[in-house]
Design a protein around this ligand. Sequence first.
Ligand code: NAD
Length: 483
Amino acid sequence: MNTTMREADTYPVLKLHIDGEWIKAGARRTFDVLNPATGAVLAHLPLVDASDLDRALDAADRGFRLWRKSTPEERAAVLNGAARRLRERADTIARNATLEEGKTFAETRLEVMVTANLFEFYAGEAKRTYGRVLVRPEGQRSIVVKEPVGPVAAFAPWNFPIANPGRKLGAPIAAGCSVILKPAEEAPASAMAVVETLVDSGLPAGVCQLVFGVPDEVSRHLLASKVLRKVSFTGSTVVGTHLMKLAADNALRTTMELGGHAPVVVFDDCDFDRTINMLTTAKIRNSGQVCVSPTRFYIHENIHDRFVAAISERLSQVKVGNGLNPDVQMGPMANARRPEAIEGLLQDAVSKGAEIRTGGERIGNEGFFFQPTVLANMSNDMRIMNEEPFGPVVSILPFRDFDEVVAQANRLPFGLAAYAFTENGRLANRIGAALESGMVGINAVVMAAPDSPFQGVKHSGHGAEDGPEGVEACLVSKVIHQL
Ligand code: NAD
C-alpha cells in the first residue's frame, strides 16, 4: 500500500441496510465523510429519517422472532462465514478504514483479523448457551434456560471502526437477538463492510440493520420504542449516562463501555527497556484515541528522570504521517475536534506548571496530525489529569511508596484499564488487587482478547463485551418449575 494510489479508488458508495435491503441516499440528508490525513471529502453518507427508523424497528422486531428460533449451528455458520469473508477482504476493508479513520494500515489490517477472531469465538459461544436442571423430590424439577434478551440498539464509536461494530454485532447474533447498529458517521465504510460479511454469509433479513443519522435524533427515537429490549453503547461517559437515562424511561437493559483515564504504575525493579518499548507502542496506537490508552504515568522516583528522558526520546522519533504510507508509525487524529481538544488540554497544563519534554504541536497545515507529546512536572489540578485526553499525550508524575501511588491511580471516577510494571511477583499480585479497574495489565498492554471480558467499573461503565460475558449480556434466564 502506498500513498501514490488514488486515495478514494477503493472507497465504496455508502448505504444503509434495513430489512435485508441496501439503501442509497436518494433524497435523504447526507454527511460528508472526511479523510483525516488530508481533510478532503471521501464520500457522502446517507442519514436516516424517522420513517427509516420505524422501518428498522419493525424489521428488528420480525428479525428477532425469526432469529431466536434459529439453531446454534445456524448462528455459528453465519459468524464463521463472516470471519472467513473478513479475512478474504482484509486488504480492502483495512485500506478504507485507514482512509476514513486515519490509523495506519498495519493497525486497521490487524483490526480486521481481531474482528474475524472475535466472530469465530462467538460462533463457538453460540453453541455453549447452557441451562441447568434442579431436581426436586418425587420427580418434580425446575429447569433454568437462557433466552435471547430481544432486539438490541447498538451505538459504536469511530476509534475502532471495524472492531467496535464487530463487538456490537457478534454477541447479540450469537445469542439469537436482532440488532439495529448505529456506528459513527465519521467512519461508516468499515461498519458497512462488517455488516456485508454477515449478510453475505446468510444472515436473514431483519436480523441486522445498519443506520446512520444525527446521533441524538437516532438514539431518542430508538430508545423510546417498545420493540427494543437492550441498548449497548461505547463512547464518552457524558453520552453514556444520557443514554442510560433514556433507557431507564423505557426499562431497557444497558451495556456501557465508557471513557477511561488509565493509570500506569512503573516500579523501580521493572524491566526498563521492555517497559519503555511496550508503553511507546501502546501510546501511539491510533494516536492515543483508545479508551484503554495509558494516560497517567506514575513512575518510581528512583527511575523517574531516566524514564522521562527515555520515553521522550522514543516518542520524538515516531514517524507520523498518512496511515497508508508503510513507513508511518502513527497516523493523524480521527477528526478536527481531537487536535483542538489536545491543544486546549496542553495550554491549561502548561499554564499550571507542566513542562513539555517533547512534542506539543500540530504537524503541517493539512489533515489532523499531532506530535506525540510528553508532559512532566504534573499536578492534579490540571484538566489533563482529570479528563480523558484521547490523544498521543503522556503525563508523568513521580511516586515514592505503594499506598501513595494506589491512592493516585484510583483517584478518578474512571475504572476501565490500569497498568503496572514490576519484576516482583508479590508486588504484581498486590498492585493487581489494589487497582480499581475492570482490566489490569501487569507487564502487558494488550487488553482485548476474544475470550476475556472487555469492561469498565465506576464511571467507565458496566456489562462486558467479548468473552462468555459478552454473550451472557445478551441473554435472559427463565425458570420453569415443573410439577
Ligand atoms: P462524543 O461523545 O460526541 O461521541 C462519542 C460517540 O458517541 C460517537 O460515536 C457519537 O456518534 C456517539 N454519540 C454522541 N452523542 C450521541 C447520542 N446522543 N446518542 C447516541 N450516540 C451518540 O465525542 P467524540 O468527539 O466523538 O469523542 C470525544 C470523546 O468521546 C473522547 O474524548 C472519548 O472520551 C470518548 N470516546 C470514547 C470511546 C471509547 O472507546 N470508549 C470512543 C470514542 C470516543
